[in-house]
Design a protein. Structure first.
Length: 692
């Protein structure tokens, strides 16, 4: 190794010639050089080996960024030439076949990017591209930078070097809070790294090391001006059909969510074994970890992977297959594999399960991304009181909305040959017994999805009601039922649980009308509930499992007729009072026509039958007998569009939500990437300590 590396406490010769004091000589050598640059000097003069020696020194990123903070806007503009020179030399050095120099050059560029962009927030009126690269050379330098990073990521470079490359790209992507205002990303749009990301995800070994950063990078690049112009990463992700890469993408997301689920279950088991289950779970999800702050951070940490899942489901129909890609829970999803071992086209688990050829009752219970995601959602939705949890739960429900309206996803979820055990975690509530741990039944995923929506409905009847989340939940139920009606799928399910949850929701709205109407217009929510009942009433014979189920539906409507009568009266009151809710109340009264027709038809029949038989009350079987014998005289109105819904569209309805979510993720990623720079330094020096 050169003398520069051998004695890092010795001052740079060019600095010493300028009369450096003994005190200065004790400083870290890199710091002395940085100081000279930030003073407007050029310490490379007279030393042709200067840059080779500089990039052998450990990078002091915090010091570089601190120097930018101390500069005024005018001082920074005056240092433009020096910053341009540093960036230019970093990019040229990155092309060298010397891992230490390459890594240090990348880390120096990252520090310069963070420093200049952070300074630009001061509204000094300078262009960051000009300060960093200079307008005249920016295009060529950025092309060289991106192509070099692409070569490193796709070549035989050491893992630590690939890791630094990804961190540099993440630094670039997260330089501004609003990703669409980051003009430097135009160069990353022109010079794509999409293929490099996909290659990392397709390989099990590289995915295990770099998968999280690769998925995160792709997810953030997709956000760049997504509502304004053609983003090539959106286009490429939407048409991606590489099965290995798509499964790799899914496994990265699944791994993150699985770890969260595991921590939750572990904590839950601890409390159960100590006998304090109910008291320990009074704060629901908040008790997963010792500190409330840790809980919030753990949930926020999953925002990026949930966003990645959303983008894949929303953009790429080929990704749907990976949702049910089978692997066993006891096996790691990304096992290490020798580079010499050829990769089989079948990933961990087996695609044979998609054709029903896998023994799904084996000892190692199969799982999948969708199983993991449904369990995760059941944990998150237990508590939606603060903004972090609410946004996370909303994102989960938006993803489920997209899945539920996809024809192929529904066919997989209803496939009788695709059975899974999905743990649905339930929060303790005062009006029901403490949930007991049961082994979930093995069944098609649609049953678990409906159970999850039923649980959300039952556990979120509160005065600070998350109406938006309820609408998403009901919309998911509606989409599943529309698929069953369209394809005449008769799923074995405890439909009474769903009907009971929906009726209880209506009862809650009626009981808390005064409080709720001060904050929300509850009529669209009630209308959605009634529309679901109307779907059962009009088309239930096409998808309910048997005639008995249809009879039981009528029994529930008749038994709870007071709820529907009161709902009609309330809606009628608002149609005559005027106000903002008049139209939505009128829609509700119109949609209640068939429910009221059933009640008004059968109640007199039941009263008459009871009188003839001298009974003061009727059993369920007696009611059902009357119902069956009087169907023929019932007249219902044919309602249009019950099996239609407005397809999900991110823009414009959810644009603001995703813009804010991405901003939050970017701030977190920027902080985390900067925090890991020192760890990477140590890793690089240790890995390449033998290089001279």
């Amino acid at each position: 190794m050169s003398k520069v590396v051998a004695k890092e406490t010795k001052a740079h010769p060019s600095l010493l010639r300028k009369g450096s004091s003994h005190k200065m000589a004790l400083k870290e050598k890199a710091v002395q050089i940085y100081e000279a640059f930030f003073k407007g000097e050029d310490p490379s003069l007279g030393n042709r080996n200067f840059w080779d020696e500089l990039f052998l020194l450990k990078v002091n990123s915090p010091y570089i960024e601190k120097q930018f903070e101390s500069l005024s806007g005018e001082q920074l503009l005056a240092l433009k030439e020096n910053v341009n020179t540093l960036c230019y030399q970093c990019i040229q050095t990155m092309k060298q076949d010397h891992p230490i120099r390459t890594a240090h050059a990348m880390q120096t560029v990252a520090a310069l990017i963070r420093g200049v962009f952070k300074k630009s927030l001061g509204n000094y009126g300078f262009d960051v591209i000009n300060i960093l690269l200079g307008f005249d050379s920016a295009e060529v330098l950025m092309q060289t930078l991106v192509e070099t990073l692409h070569t490193i990521l796709t070549g035989e470079s050491p893992a630590s070097l690939k890791s630094v490359s990804l961190k540099l790209l993440l630094t670039l992507v997260t330089a501004t809070d609003n990703v669409s205002q980051n003009t430097m990303l135009e160069y990353v749009m022109i010079n794509s790294v999409f293929e490099a990301i996909i290659q990392l995800l397709a390989n099990p070994l590289s995915r295990q090391i770099h998968g999280h950063d690769a998925v995160l990078l792709l997810t953030l690049l997709v956000q760049y001006r997504k509502y304004e112009s053609a983003n090539p990463y959106i286009v490429k992700l939407s048409i991606l059909d590489d099965e290995l890469a798509l499964n790799g993408y899914a496994q990265v997301v699944s791994s993150s969510l699985t770890e969260f689920n595991r921590c939750y279950q572990s904590r839950k088991t601890e409390h159960q074994s100590s006998g304090g289950f109910f008291s320990a779970f009074t704060n629901m999800v908040g008790s997963m970890f010792v500190a409330e702050e840790a809980t919030t951070e753990a949930i926020k940490a999953n925002d990026s992977m949930l966003l990645a899942l959303y983008e894949a489901v929303h953009l790429n129909r080929n990704f749907i297959t990976t949702l049910t890609h089978v692997h066993t829970a006891s096996a790691p999803t990304t096992p290490p594999q020798s580079p010499a071992t050829p990769q089989s086209p079948v990933l961990e688990g087996t695609d044979a399960a998609l054709s029903g050829n896998v023994d799904l009752s084996a000892h190692d219970q199969p799982t999948s991304l969708l199983v993991t995601f449904l369990e995760y959602t059941s944990i998150i939705m237990q508590n939606t009181k603060d903004e972090t949890r609410f946004d996370n739960a909303k994102l989960c429900l938006v993803i489920l909305t997209c899945i539920a309206e996809d024809q192929y996803a529904n066919s997989l979820m209803h496939d009788a040959n695709m059975n899974f055990r999905v743990p649905i975690h339930k929060a303790p509530m005062r009006h029901r017994k403490t949930p007991t741990e049961k082994i979930p039944p093995s069944r098609p995923l649609a049953g678990a999805l409906l159970d999850l929506m039923v649980e959300f409905t039952m556990s979120h009847m509160m005065k600070s009601m998350p109406v938006e989340l309820h609408m998403l939940s009901l919309g998911t139920i509606h989409r599943v039922l529309c698929y069953q009606k369209k394809c005449r799928v008769r799923m074995q399910y405890q439909w009474k649980d769903l009907w009971t949850a929906l009726i209880n929701l209506l009862k809650f709205l009626l009981s808390n009308e005064t409080t709720l109407m001060k904050k929300y217009n509850i009529f669209p929510l009630a209308t959605q509930v009634i529309n679901i009942f109307n779907l059962f009433i009009t088309y239930g014979d096409t998808f309910l499992p048997n005639p008995t189920s249809y009879d039981e539906l009528y029994y529930e409507l008749i038994r709870m007729h007071q709820v529907f009568d009161n709902l009609y009266s309330m809606a009628l009151r608002y149609t005559t009072n005027g106000g903002d809710c008049k139209d939505s109340a009128a829609r509700l009264t119109n949609n209640l026509v068939n429910v009221r027709a059933i009640i008004n038809h059968f109640n007199p029949k039941l009263d008459s039958w009871a009188a003839v038989n001298h009974l003061s009350s009727l059993t369920e079987e007696q009611v059902l007998e009357v119902v069956r014998s009087n169907y023929d005289t019932l007249t219902l109105k044919l309602q249009d569009n019950l099996d239609q819904y407005e397809r999900y569209s991110e823009k414009p309805k959810e644009s603001a939500f995703f813009t804010q979510l991405v901003r939050s993720i970017i701030c977190d990623v920027r902080r985390d990437v900067a925090a890991t720079s020192q760890q990477q330094q140590n890793s690089i020096m240790q890995e390449f300590s033998t290089i001279r």
